[in-house]
Design a protein around this ligand. Structure first.
Ligand SMILES: Nc1nc2c(ncn2[C@@H]2O[C@H](COP(=O)(O)OP(=O)(O)O)[C@@H](O)[C@H]2O)c(=O)[nH]1
Ligand SMILES: [Mg+2]
Length: 484
């Protein structure tokens, strides 16, 4: 790389642009804004990425890199010097011009890769704004992708999930959703519902005719099938939460059992205070850590002292709150003074499938005799001090978390978020209403049934961001004739 004129010798940005040197939008361009933003975090790094999208990209790239807009190199990286509109050298960088519609936003796109200095990025952005771009709103590139029909809403959400995923498993599910995994499942359900609607809707226009019993049965069978589908999707909500928010894991136990030591052993450093006198931990503290393919939010709590002081009592109230919200409980027992006594206030929140009993201080006691603890949870002996048994504990945690994984195999594996779940609950409700409307005891008028079905379709359509299903309906109806 040939270093250009040093950045620091440039005049400060307010005086950088000569107002007489105006280069605005040309009339030929469509009224749609061309947006620009830094796509990488603002900070010092080897490189930064600036994205520009919109109709002015070609003109602006032509101006900056001094080429005829029609003769821009397309889809290939070009190394060049970036000069601002008033002739200042801003950086040597690589740029790529991607003509629409074969781009993420379907618009002409320009990507610039300057050196990763926030000052350079800022100067380049100011120059781009001066040349007619405006600052992109948060998520605006993805939004344009969605509006252009390049991705559905679930894929737009998956972009966010992918960026924020903190575990391998969360990444894998986000990747699948980004590839349209969830969208496809939802589309299939929509397709089935549309067929049902088409089948019964013809009778709305012919009130004298009634749905023949064999059609009625088929419709019922299809409805039940769709209902199974929506319920299967809904069942993935909990796992979706574990992936997106992390597995809220609470260390519970008597004072001195070694809860704080376990937290430290997990995170591999001295995070929590540890001490021989009971009641060291008064407040709870949380650490995020990776266990296998999952992200755990491990919470150390105040010990459960049967005779607490005032401050300890407050700490224990917090422990109870954490316990109630926990996805997973590590119930820590001291192997040298074994007791599974637990105040019912706490024990009532111990649910099989989300509790592991951790026999700590196995380096001091004979753990073989503790097979007979008589608790309905898996029991593992560990030593926070020596690290013995910690790997096994990790595996057991992963096994329990995976126990929540939805039972849908392979390519269909998806995990819905709260927005999807809310729409799915409405869909389920509507389909259940339709099914009972069809049942022998309470036959609803066909108009009512069809309107409920449309509500179910709308709710499902919301998941993918599809609001208008009329067109698809038209196409479908065209293939139907009365009596079929
Ligand atoms: N020998 C041995 N001592 C431990 C072990 N884990 C914790 N301790 C000790 O037990 C005491 C209480 O530990 P701490 O983590 O503060 O317990 P907490 O009150 O449950 O948070 C400290 O003196 C620790 O050093 C262990 O696995 N082996
Ligand atoms: Mg402690």
């Amino acid at each position: 790389m040939t270093p250009g004129e040093p950045i620091l010798n440039m005049p400060p940005s307010p005086t950088l642009f000569d107002p007489l040197l105006h280069v605005g939008r040309t009339d030929a361009e469509s009224p749609r804004d061309t947006i620009a933003a830094l796509a990488t975090p603002s900070g010092n790094s080897a490189l930064a990425l600036i994205r520009v999208s919109g109709p002015a990209c070609r003109r602006i790239a032509g101006q900056i890199f001094e080429r005829e807009p029609q003769q821009l190199v397309e889809r290939r990286p070009v190394y060049a010097t970036y000069r601002s509109a008033n002739g200042h050298l801003l950086d040597d960088l690589v740029w790529v011009f991607l003509p629409g519609p074969r781009t993420a936003t379907a618009e002409d796109t320009l990507e610039l890769t300057p050196h990763g200095n926030p000052l350079i990025a800022q100067l380049i952005l100011e120059d781009l704004f001066y040349r007619g771009c405006r600052a992109a709103e948060p998520g605006e590139f993805t939004r344009r992708s969605f509006l252009a029909g390049k991705i559905d809403l679930t894929q737009a959400e998956a972009v966010m999930d992918l960026i924020h995923a903190r575990s391998e498993r969360a990444l894998a599910v986000a990747q699948r959703q980004l590839r349209g995994g969830l969208g496809k499942v939802v589309e299939r359900l929509i397709g089935e519902l549309l067929l049902i609607l088409a089948r019964i809707e013809v009778y709305v226009d012919f009130p004298d005719e009634d749905l023949p019993p064999e059609d009625r049965q088929q419709v019922m069978a299809s409805l039940r099938e769709v209902l199974r589908g929506t319920k299967r999707l809904l069942a993935t909500e909990r796992f979706g939460g574990l992936l997106r928010d992390g597995v809220k894991t609470v260390l519970l136990g008597a004072p001195n059992a070694g809860k704080s030591s376990l937290l430290n052993a997990f995170v591999g450093r001295s995070r929590a205070l540890v001490g021989p006198e009971p009641g060291t931990t008064r407040d709870f503290l949380e650490e995020r850590l990776q266990v296998g393919p999952h992200m755990l939010r491990l919470i150390d709590t105040a010990g459960l002292n049967p005779l607490p002081g005032a401050l300890e009592r407050q700490g224990m109230a917090k422990t109870l709150e954490c316990l109630i919200e926990a996805d997973l409980v590590l119930w820590v027992l001291d192997a040298t003074q074994l007791s599974t006594d637990l105040d019912p206030v706490y024990s009532e929140h111990l649910v099989s499938g989300k509790v592991i009993v951790v026999l700590n201080k196995s380096d001091l006691g004979d753990v073989t005799k503790f097979d007979r603890l008589g608790v309905p949870y898996p029991v593992l002996a560990v030593s926070a001090l020596t690290g013995a048994g910690m790997a096994e504990l990790g595996s057991e945690i992963v096994r329990l978390v995976e126990g929540n994984a939805p039972d849908v195999s392979g390519a269909e594996e998806v995990a819905v978020n709260t927005r999807h779940a809310e729409a799915l609950r409405r869909t389920t409700l509507m389909i259940e209403r339709v099914i009972s409307g069809f049942s022998a005891q309470s036959v609803s008028p066909i108009e009512l049934i069809s309107s409920d079905l449309r509500c179910a379709l709308d709710a499902l359509g919301e998941i993918a961001g599809r609001v208008d299903h009329e067109r698809m309906l038209d196409a479908l109806f065209a293939n139907f004739c009365i009596g079929k």
